[in-house]
Design a protein around this ligand. Structure first.
Ligand code: ZN
Length: 52
């Protein structure tokens, strides 16, 4: 089978199943799929300073 996120080959013994029933290669891919976009906070832009 293939990972639902990164499309890597996943062994049936090492696959992670998310709450939606999709299979992933690792818990990181499984969590990345379940993370809601609203919970991801955008990084605050650093103030740009002129260098002399
Ligand atoms: Zn993956």
């Amino acid at each position: 089978m293939l990972c639902a996120l990164c499309r890597q080959h996943v062994s049936r013994f090492g696959a992670w199943k998310s709450a939606s029933g999709k299979m992933y290669c690792s818990e990181f891919c499984a969590e990345a799929e379940t993370i809601e976009p609203e919970t991801v906070t955008a990084p605050t832009p650093l103030p740009q300073r002129e260098q002399r």
